[in-house]
Ligand binder design. Sequence first.
Ligand SMILES: [Zn+2]
Length: 214
Amino acid sequence: MNDTADISAAVTRAPGAPVACWSCAGPVAPEALFCATCRVVQPPRAIDHFARLGVPRGFAVDTRALEARYFALQRQLHPDRFATRGPREKAISQSQAVSLNDAYEALKAPLGRAAYLLALAGQGIDDERTIRDPDLLVEQMERRETLDEARDAAGVETCIGAAVADAMSIEAELAAAFGADDLVAARRATLRLRYLQKLIDEARARHARLLGEG
Ligand SMILES: [Zn+2]
């Protein structure tokens, strides 16, 4: 139970105006999973994914620490711990688990994290279906052509390798752009990364098919 106490203490120190515990009405930090007064599980509050997972808001996230944090929080909500609790506490613990899962899924990969940061800044890319940047358009068409022309698994592998290398350099650009609060550069890099990710996924599927046929 020691890890529970440590993490509850950590989230209690996080910023954010306290809310009232649903059970005892005592003050609770919006990030807290449990009330410090009565120890009862708390429902997920309207806070951003970074606050929910207790990590600083930003692109440069230590993903190992994020993962460790996520699992430590989820352990506190394990159904076994609520076996003797009432239906309301069981339901609340499950909705907390779902919210934590949503937060982790959104932040764990660079593309999701970048898109989420842009959305928080009112610069969401979700409805940007077409790309208006001419350089980016040319880059896409060339890459698409190279992939279409690859006739065997080795050719597709080369395309994947090049796209993965580019994705890694875009991730470095993203870290710099978000670090400098340059949302224009961050947005452009995020769109590029989203495109590359789609291409990599497609190329991997094609690679698997080619290997299957061989
Ligand atoms: Zn309470």
